[in-house]
Ligand binder design. Sequence first.
Ligand code: ACO
Length: 463
Amino acid sequence: MALQPKNVGILAMEVYFPPTCIQQEVLEAHDGASKGKYTIGLGQDCMAFCTDVEDVISMSLTAVSSLLEKYGVDPKQIGRLEVGSETVLDKSKSIKTFLMPIFEKCGNTDIEGVDSTNACYGGTAALFNCVNWVESSSWDGRYGLVVCTDSAVYAEGPARPTGGAAAIAMLIGPNAPISFESKLRASHMAHAYDFYKPDLASEYPVVDGKLSQTCYLMALDSCYKSLCDKYEKLQGKQFSVVDVDYFVFHSPYNKLVQKSFARLLFNDFLRSASSIGESAKEKLAPFSSLTSDESYQSRDLEKASQQVAKPFYDAKVQPSTLVPKQVGNMYTASIYAAFASLIHNKHSTLAGQRVMLFSYGSGLSSSMFSVRLNEGQHPFNLSNIASVMNIAEKLKSRQEFPPEKFVETMKVMEHRYGGKDFVTSKDCSLLAPGTYYLTEVDSKYRRFYSKKANENGTLANGH
Ligand code: ACO
C-alpha cells in the first residue's frame, strides 16, 4: 500500500519540436504583410511545422521514448498515461494507444488514461487527471505520464503565422521539483464559437480571431478573480501579482501574452492591490469606470496597462517566452513549452519560487493554477530537466525553409490529411537521431512509424 503522497507534481519533462521552421520576417514579406506585422505586431520570431514524415503521433512517440530513456525510467513504472491534443487523426482510436507499443514491449499494459480534447486546454485536463490520480486512493504507487501534442496549422490568411508544432512529455509523481499548490486553482468554462473545428475533412479550424482574443482575456480575468478570492479566503490577506515570481501563459502569439499580463495589473488596480504604485494608479485612473465590455475594446487602456506592466513583465513573464516565440502556437503544448522556457532560462534560481500558469482552450475552457518549485533530487531536479530538454541546442540545429517550400509543404499536408494508401518521403535527414517518423498509411488507414537510428547506431523497431 503506497503512503499518502506529498508534493505531487512534475518530476521530469522532455520537449520535442520539428526541426523544420520558417522565420516570421521571411513569411511576412512573402505574404505581402506590412513589415513588422508578424514580428512586432504578433511578437513572433519563427514558426515550426511538420513535414510529411512528422505528425502528432510521431512527435509524442519521440517525446515519450526520449523522456523514459534520458531519466532512466522503466516503462513498467508508468501506471497512467494521458494525452492532450486537438489534432484529430482518428475519431475513435486515441493517440495514447499509439504510444502503448513502448510499454507493451516491456510487458506493461496496465496503464489507465486516454486522450482529452478541448482546443489548447486538453493537455491541462490530462495533467490535472494525472496529478489527481497520484493524490487519490486509486493511486498504485507508479508514475503518471502526460503528453501534450499538436500541429497548429491554419489556412492561408491572417491566422497562418500563428501556427506551430510540438510535443511535450511530463512525468508525474510525489516529491516533485515542480509541485502543485492544489488549493490555488480556478477555472472559467463557457460556450463560445471563437475557434473550432467542425469540418472533419480539414485540419484547419474555423476561427474568429478578434473574438478569440476577447474570450481569452475574459477567461483570464475570470480565473484571476476567482483565484484571488480563493487565496484571500484561505490566507486572510490580499493576493496580487507580487505574490507570484513568474507567470506562464498559453501563448498563441507573444503580443497576446503581453496584453494578458497587463490585464492582470488592471485587475489589481480595480481591486486596489498593493502591486499598483501611485504613478500606475494615476495612469489607470481614467479607465476605472469602464464597463468590462468597454475595457476589452479600449486601445488606450491596453496601452496604459502595458506601460504600467512593462517592468513586471520583463521580470516575471519574459523568461517564459523563448520557445513560444521561436516555435509558435503549439496548442496543448504551448503553455508547457512556455514553462519549459522558464526552466531553461532560470533553473538555477527557481528553488522556492511560485509560478502561476494560465491555460486557455477555445470553445472555451480555461484554468489558472499555481506550482511551487524546489531543487529536487537527481535525476528529477530542475537543472537536470533543463539539460535533458536541451532547448538552446534544439533551436539552433533547425533548418529554415524558404516560404515557397513552406507553402508547398502545407499543400502536401492538406492533401494528405485524412488520406490513406500512401507512403511518405521517408526522408529523415533533418531529424535528430532517435526521432520517430511516419512511413506509411495503408489502405485501411493504419499508420506506420519508424525510429531514426540513435547516435550509437541502435535502431529501434518501427511499429
Ligand atoms: N508593425 C507592427 N505591428 C503591426 C503592423 C506592423 N507593420 N501591422 C499590424 N500590426 C499589429 C496590429 O496593430 C495588431 O496589434 P494589436 O493587437 O496590438 O492592435 C497586430 O499587429 C495584429 O494585426 P491585426 O490586423 O489586428 O490582426 P490580424 O487580422 O492579422 O489577425 C490574429 C491576428 C487575430 C491573432 C490572427 O492571426 C488569428 O486569428 N490567429 C488565430 C487565433 C488565435 O491565435 N487566437 C488566440 C486565442 S485562441 C488560440 O489559442 C488558438
